[in-house]
Design a protein around this ligand. Structure first.
Ligand code: GLP
Length: 232
């Protein structure tokens, strides 16, 4: 948990900038320690400034991605390329770093995403956000603990939360890493920004472990770090 007034090298005292800096530091340290790290990467509003910091540090020569591999957590079906999660990662991160194109993976590209991840040695570090209804990646409420990469119908809550990125409604169907895919990652950082995530984070971390709140399955992980920009 972050103190509210931690100064950041970004020159601000905003807690979101601090959160972004701290998560970026975990990624930088992971790649420094294991240059061929396999990373699970999220999309959405929460990680955008983390990607800005990682892009800045790469420009400064502080991170070398050439041996790393990146695995998108999820992707919409039948989505216009410009608003796909693949494009989000391209714009926010991949276009600013020296991660080879052939090392950028998206679940829509593979029938057996879990097999690919296993053949690559498993995920070393997965960064997650959390949806308002407690989803992680696109594992919506009701997703069983024993789930691998699979297709899902998005809930109204998720469609509403993501509508601003689309002219109309987002595609209702998507593919996502499953709960097992995520829990198999050796290290997980769960990031939450904004007081509107406080209640669901409390439920996820301190409530019962239940498919009703898929993020609660993270309580089962042995190396979970939670980073927020609010007290919880
Ligand atoms: C989407 C993504 C998740 C993300 C969640 C929260 O559903 N599939 O990976 O964590 O939204 O997004 P935000 O960070 O914008 O609140």
């Amino acid at each position: 948990m972050l103190r509210q007034d931690t100064p950041t090298s970004l020159g601000t005292y905003e807690p979101y900038a601090t959160l972004s800096l701290r998560v970026a530091e975990v990624v930088r340290e992971q790649i420094r320690r294991k240059p061929d790290s396999r990373l699970g990467l999220p999309t959405g509003r929460t990680p955008t400034d983390t990607y800005k910091v990682l892009s800045q540090w790469t420009r400064e020569g502080a991170i070398n991605w050439e041996r790393a591999k990146a695995f998108g957590l999820d992707e919409y079906y039948d989505v216009e390329e410009t608003v796909s999660f693949r494009r989000y990662l391209e714009t926010n991160l991949y276009s600013n770093i020296n991660l080879p194109a052939q090392s950028q993976f998206n679940p829509l590209q593979f029938d057996d995403y879990d097999g690919l991840i296993a053949r690559e040695g498993g995920l070393d570090l997965t960064i997650l956000g959390i949806g308002q209804n407690g989803h992680i990646a696109f594992n919506e409420p009701g997703t069983p603990l024993l789930s691998w990469t699979h297709s899902i119908w998005l809930t109204e809550s998720t469609l509403k939360a993501n509508a601003e990125f689309f002219k109309g409604r987002p595609p209702a169907n998507a593919v996502t890493m499953g709960i097992q895919t995520i829990l198999a990652s050796r290290k997980i950082v769960l990031m939450a920004s904004g007081k509107n995530k406080k209640d669901i984070l409390q439920k996820a971390l301190h409530g019962p472990v239940t498919a009703d709140v898929p993020a609660s399955f993270l309580q089962l992980h042995k190396d979970l770090v939670v980073m927020t920009d609010f007290e919880y």
